[in-house]
Design a protein around this ligand. Structure first.
Ligand code: PEP
Ligand code: MN
Length: 353
């Protein structure tokens, strides 16, 4: 059995967004196998679509196509299940690997129902996509439900988060969320799904590289023999040949280099960073102590906490200096706002005591 944790990174899952016809599934599978870089075949059988009247998946007949294509190519196969009925049909067809889609992970009732329907089934590998909304706890909770159902191989797929604002991505990557998930489950294998993050082909390579640089364990990428004619997610799919090029151009950087000088230099720089971080924290603590003194003073003299003019002055000075050293306005604004909010919180506390 091919397990994600047994393959040297990056573990590659590829295949069409949806199984459409028997021919499309077999042709795609053969071409993906020929790349020699793909470890697992994917295809959606039941498609959760945002709007009605779009292609909602080929349904049960597609299960056998994927299983057979897996047998022919020798590649393991994976599909999405969104309820206990899907689980029953997929297991009956012979699937041992299933993924939970983003629209399912959001619903603890459904996740629980799926987890219970898998209870006692041996040799399963379950990949849990992040929920559509940026809530790491929902993601953690879904993973825990599968672990509690006794499934040893539970892993995570990062596919980005819906956002009303995003122009560049179909789903905002919000890299800090999968990093927080890794903090909670250090041993979990984390894959990136650049297809659903990007929603368009031209960004796939950049997002895949970023995931590899963040030490993700693998990628799940949608690939179709004729992407423009795909029945779902046409703009983000690439041909097996394009996938081959994308994977060939990925630079796989490892966490540590074998080169000792490199290690020593990196260690020295990391020590410097640690010392600076410590210093930053000490200064923040000192700053907040002064803030509390001001709070007491203002409280005694009946003066408001928020003094907008003073705050605007501080912001302008900081932005100008930071800009000179190449720091972005967005970063400085966020950093100042965090300090400001904490100061207001502490002053309010002191004044009300
Ligand atoms: C998919 O992988 O085809 C899919 C529907 O993904 P998501 O759940 O991430 O939208
Ligand atoms: Mn898709």
């Amino acid at each position: 059995m091919t397990l994600i944790r047994e393959i040297e990174r990056p573990f590659i899952i590829a295949g069409p967004c949806s199984a459409e016809t028997e021919e499309q599934v077999f042709k795609t599978a053969r071409l993906l196998k020929e790349t020699g870089k793909v470890h697992m075949l994917r295809a959606g059988i039941w498609k959760p679509r945002t709007r009605p009247n779009s292609f909602e998946g080929i349904g049960e007949p597609g299960l056998a196509w994927l299983i057979e294509a897996g047998k022919e190519t020798g590649l393991p196969v994976i599909t999405e299940v969104a309820n206990a009925h899907h689980v029953q049909l997929a297991l009956k067809a012979g699937f041992k690997k299933l993924w939970i889609g983003a629209r399912t992970t959001v619903n603890p009732f459904t996740v629980q129902e799926i987890a219970e329907s898998l209870h006692g089934v041996k040799d399963l590998e379950i990949l849990v996509k992040n929920p559509v909304n940026p809530d790491v706890n929902l993601w953690i909770g879904a993973i825990e439900r599968f672990m509690q159902a006794g499934i040893a191989e539970v892993h995570a797929i990062h596919r980005g988060f819906s956002s009303f604002k995003s122009k560049r991505y179909r789903n905002e990557p919000m890299w800090e969320i999968p990093i927080a998930l890794k903090g909670e489950f250090p041993k979990i294998k984390l894959l990136c799904d650049p297809s659903h993050i990007c929603g368009r082909r031209d960004l796939l390579a950049e997002v895949s590289q970023k995931a590899i640089d963040l030490i993700y364990d693998g990628l799940m990428i949608e690939s179709h023999i004729t992407p423009d004619e795909a029945w779902s997610d046409a703009q983000q799919q690439i041909t097996p040949d394009q996938l081959n090029t994308l994977l060939e151009n990925l630079v796989i950087r490892t966490e540590y280099s074998a080169d000792d000088t490199f290690k020593k230099n990196l260690e020295a720089l990391r020590c410097e960073i640690n010392a600076i971080d410590q210093e930053l924290l000490n200064l923040l603590i000192k700053r907040m102590q002064v803030v509390q003194q001001i709070g007491q003073y203002k409280g005694k003299n009946q003066i408001t906490i928020l003094q907008p003019n003073r705050w605007e002055d501080i912001k302008a000075t900081h932005l100008a200096l930071a800009r000179e050293y190449g720091l972005s306005d967005a970063f400085i604004e966020k950093y100042l706002e965090a300090i400001h909010l904490e100061s207001i919180r502490l002053q309010t506390k002191v004044m009300n005591e």
